[in-house]
Design a protein around this ligand. Sequence first.
Ligand SMILES: [Zn+2]
Length: 318
Amino acid sequence: MTTKRKHMLLAAAFATAAFIPCARAAAPLAKTPAPGYARITLGDFEITPLSDGTADLPMDQLLQQKAEATRAALQKNFLALPLETSTNAFLINTGARLVLVDTGSGAYFGPTLGKLAANLKAAGYQPEQVDEVYITHLHPDHVGGLASNGRRVFPNAIVRAARADSEYWLSQANAGQAAADKKGFFQPAMQSLAPYVQAGKFKAIERDGELVPGIRAMAAAGHTPGHTVYLVQSRGKKLLLIGDLVHVAQVQIDNPEVTIGFDSDARAAFASRKQFFDGAAREGELVAGAHLQFPGLGHLVEQGKGYRWVPVNYTQPR
Ligand SMILES: [Zn+2]
């Protein structure tokens, strides 16, 4: 081999080494969240759980039991404090109507939340397509995504929430009298609902009953005065959207008596949890929770004094 040819081979080898990373050359960590939506079918309906993100919450201080008991339950489940807690919303396509249940936090909390609109788009829908928005209760992590800079995020939607909640949270008098730890809930509720109220697009739910074919509102008061759950039914399949009947699955499903500091009326919140958990377990209804680990879907099975949580299997539309 000539010297010139050797040099050419050597140059080619270096060029290859420079441009094709070898196995040891590390790719940067992506550090972006995995896609924040899931998809299941329920009879003729399509359900799209949407993630609003997560928040780290000091559940040992918020849950109304000894901090040590919460710490132990979380540890047993390989979870740490503060607990990274999901916030989920659920989009229901009935074939005739597109209904969103809850809207996440919008801009009210830090950068780990407020991702609902982006995930709605990632799931193949635009906010303009949403016909109805049903709110489980008017806490900021459920209504915060309704408006952005005072404008409606869902310009073509009618917004529904129980009258007991809208009367309570939209009242300046109640805001003035509220305990210090609950005062901060009022302004986000007022700001988020205002553009819909002004446009004549807010319609309070007066009583239990069907809102559109296949979706029924049912009062489940306690967490807030008008906390509402929604039962979705298609061709004999049932999905119960339970909102904030539970915040920490690893504690409150085993032991539904444990309440949380955010409850307006802790005794009533426990009674509602028990009533709807009993019904869902008896009927074998699929359950969807706003703060159960995303996608927040599973079944409740009676066990001892409480229940056991069985997350859904992963499925693809077919
Ligand atoms: Zn919540």
